[in-house]
Design a protein around this ligand. Sequence first.
Ligand SMILES: [Zn+2]
Length: 300
Amino acid sequence: MSDESKAMKTGQLGDITINRILELDGPFVRPLDFFDAALPEAVAPHRHWLEPKALDPKTGMLMMPVQSYLLRTRHHIILIDTCIGCRKTYDDVVPQWKDLRDETWLRNLSSAGVGPSDIDYVFCTHLHVDHCGWNTRLVDGRWTPTFPNAKYILAKDEYAACEARDTAVFHENVAPIMEAGQAVLVDTDYALDDEVWLTPAPGHTPGHVAVNFASQGRSAVMTGDLIHSPIQLAHPEWHVKFDHDPALAAKTRRHFLDSHCETDILVLTAHFPSPSVGHVVPHAERAFDFDYIPPGADAL
Ligand SMILES: [Zn+2]
């Protein structure tokens, strides 16, 4: 790992220390396989600003990390989203995510100075495969909560929708948390305290939330999948193929971009290319732009 990428993985927001915990990074999917509207002629006018950081010129694929954010507040150690995980049987979305055996994510968590038993709260922005996988791990043939001392904060609507889908995601990542008594089902505007709270961001999934946090007069938000790629800064109306409610997802995204543009709220994305964190800013030709934090910035 370069010194530059190491430096970008830790930051400070007031009293809160933030770490990005990466599981995967690199070229992920062709735009048209992800967005119905991303025909080659629709993407072409944007290649010059997307390449090479957000769109890999060699493969033509969007660069999309899979990652969590670790927060250390004065009171709590908090994980936001838990990536894909290991030995999961799900293969309906991304076949290569089935039965992964690479525990890099756990090692990256421990490199940040935190072990599984240190986590107080796990927030899931939503219950898709790449956001709740490390909720559990396979121990002696049983799916067991990875974080034995954590409460898992899940939106009620999201839990209900996941339970109704009745897939491996529910049985392997979610039900064992409930059975262990570690799930806390909350409304989509739940506040943990005056530093960490949720806001509803529905559309991608029914109970999708953004996780907000603030300290010493500074604010930040982790978006989950209310936006996936910088290409949606030019086309907020472009929805991903697997949005639960595409029109609502687009409305949520547009509202988010409008309400965060030209503010000092730090935006932590799930899947924008590394360093994934920055500010939404206006742009003369396209709807919005994203001002990534500079390498090594103490503001993350
Ligand atoms: Zn995702």
